[in-house]
Design a protein around this ligand. Sequence first.
Ligand code: HEC
Length: 129
Amino acid sequence: MRSALLIVLGLVIGILGSVFTFSALHQRTPLPKAVMTVMAYHSSELHHAVKAGQCDAAAIATNLARLQSAALDIPGAFKGVEQPFLRASDKLQDAVGSAVTAAPTSCAALATTLQPVDDACDSCHKRFR
Ligand code: HEC
């Protein structure tokens, strides 16, 4: 009975091990997803601020700056990508750059500045995700 249990346990560990190895090989580093997750976090903070009608200029500036610095990591995180992907990444950087320069201080201004940023995220996802 005990040895049967050990054999089952060994099989389960073996299967789990190969699943983890396979997915680790498949995705070489967690960086691409990490960059996306950080951008999604700051973008959602900004959208929540608009929804809640609480648009603090300093918080907006911080979230936009963090979004911008994460966006700058896209080309490095996705190594070996093609030219059209890099252009989509540039488009996002332009949109975020304009948002940072615009430095919105009201919810209405923030919503307007976020639109081209959201469009840049969507258009890359539609094509490459
Ligand atoms: C230049 C192309 C490009 C741009 C621009 C882009 N993304 Fe992505 N995004 C991707 C790709 C490719 C994936 C799939 C990554 C993967 O599965 O490894 C992805 C995946 C994601 C994911 C899922 C991450 C996960 O854990 O699976 C989120 C969330 C995300 N992007 C948010 C954003 C946000 C927010 C923006 C805009 C601020 C954005 N992305 C802009 C290409 C882009």
